[in-house]
Design a protein around this ligand. Structure first.
Ligand SMILES: Cc1cc2nc3c(=O)[nH]c(=O)nc-3n(C[C@H](O)[C@H](O)[C@H](O)COP(=O)(O)O)c2cc1C
Length: 305
């Protein structure tokens, strides 16, 4: 089993494993790395950072649902300048490549954050075009031209791989992914959380102070997988990172077969910070059962009826 190759690539980035820790579920990576074994991961994405510090939303910000959870954290973060001070000395000592995640209200803000992330030593930048928990305006990922403007500005400013993280609620996910690719994105992350809402019958209040929030966990998988499947078929030369509801090796394999070449784990970390070891073991066992030697032998191999 040890001979199975987990090595993969996303755009021009080589990864030792297809597993990536998703933004917002492993802190700024170093805190998580103190309690989890990071070796099973090809990369870990830090919590999104904005140009200035954001306090986030008031409690309650997290709520359990039958098949996953809702969150409306509101991108609580220290702002890029403080982030760089905290992360720059730590990144070289972490035994996993760290990706940064940028969030902002306009293209200039995204550029400022992306440049800061790169100065701190990240190996890739995810451009979070799909945060569901911001009060102002429509998501960038709903609009091809706004997404293109941001991605073009970021790819023109930094020399690491840049990925666009899109929402499963994006009306034309293929069109927006194509616009991001045309603007220079090396890959897309499909997807962020979906809009979700829950309430408590005992007091008839929403579960989250913000009302509507982001839904993640097992119930999200078919929605995100659909995005991966459609984008992979339409844009074969675009790197795709699958994300949404992954909690087993079989989930990872499904994303790979649908067309992703790497897969992010998010919500599963909140209950199981060491999920990467179990999921890697499950993936390797499954590869043996399917008689595939390499992760690359699974990528984009979905068959037609
Ligand atoms: C508590 C929480 C905070 C999150 N914060 C971020 C964030 O800051 N930036 C981001 O791009 N995605 C964020 N996400 C979304 C995850 O990275 C991931 O895209 C989403 O949860 C779907 O994957 P999952 O079903 O495996 O959790 C957050 C998710 C959760 C649950």
């Amino acid at each position: 089993m040890a001979s199975r190759s987990l090595a993969t690539s996303v755009g021009k980035l080589a990864l030792r494993s297809p597993l990536i820790a998703a933004s917002g579920t492993v802190g700024s990576v170093w805190e998580w790395a103190e309690v989890a074994d990071v070796r099973p991961y090809g990369a870990a994405v830090a919590k999104s950072v904005a140009p200035e510090a954001w306090q986030g939303r008031p409690a309650p910000r997290l709520a359990a649902t039958t098949a996953g959870m809702l969150n409306a954290v509101g991108i609580q973060n220290p702002g890029i300048a403080s982030w760089v001070v905290a992360l720059k000395p730590r990144i070289p000592g972490l035994r996993v490549p760290v990706w940064g995640s940028a969030v902002a209200g306009d293209a200039d803000g995204f550029v400022l954050v992306a440049e800061g992330l790169v100065s701190a030593g990240v190996t890739a930048v995810e451009v979070n075009l799909s945060c569901p928990n911001l009060e102002d305006g429509e998501m960038f990922s709903f609009c091809a031209s706004r997404s293109s403007e941001v991605i073009g500005a970021v790819t023109g400013s930094v020399d690491v791989s840049v990925g666009a993280k899109l929402s499963p609620n994006t009306p034309d996910v293929v069109g927006v992914a194509q616009a991001c690719r045309d603007a220079g994105a090396d890959f897309v992350v499909l997807t962020n959380t979906a809009f979700g809402f829950g309430l408590s019958l005992s007091d008839r209040k929403p579960l989250l102070s913000g009302g509507v929030g982001g839904y993640s966990g097992p119930g999200l998988k078919p929605l995100s997988l659909r995005c991966v499947y459609e984008v992979a078929r339409a844009i074969p030369d675009l790197g795709i990172v699958g994300c949404g509801g992954v909690s087993s090796g079989a989930d990872v394999a499904e994303y790979l077969v649908a067309g992703a070449s790497a897969v992010e784990l998010g919500t599963v970390h909140l209950a199981e910070p060491k999920a990467g070891i179990r999921i890697t073991n499950e993936l390797v066992e499954l590869m043996a059962k399917l008689d595939v030697e390499s992760v690359a032998d699974l990528v984009g191999t979905v068959r037609s009826w």
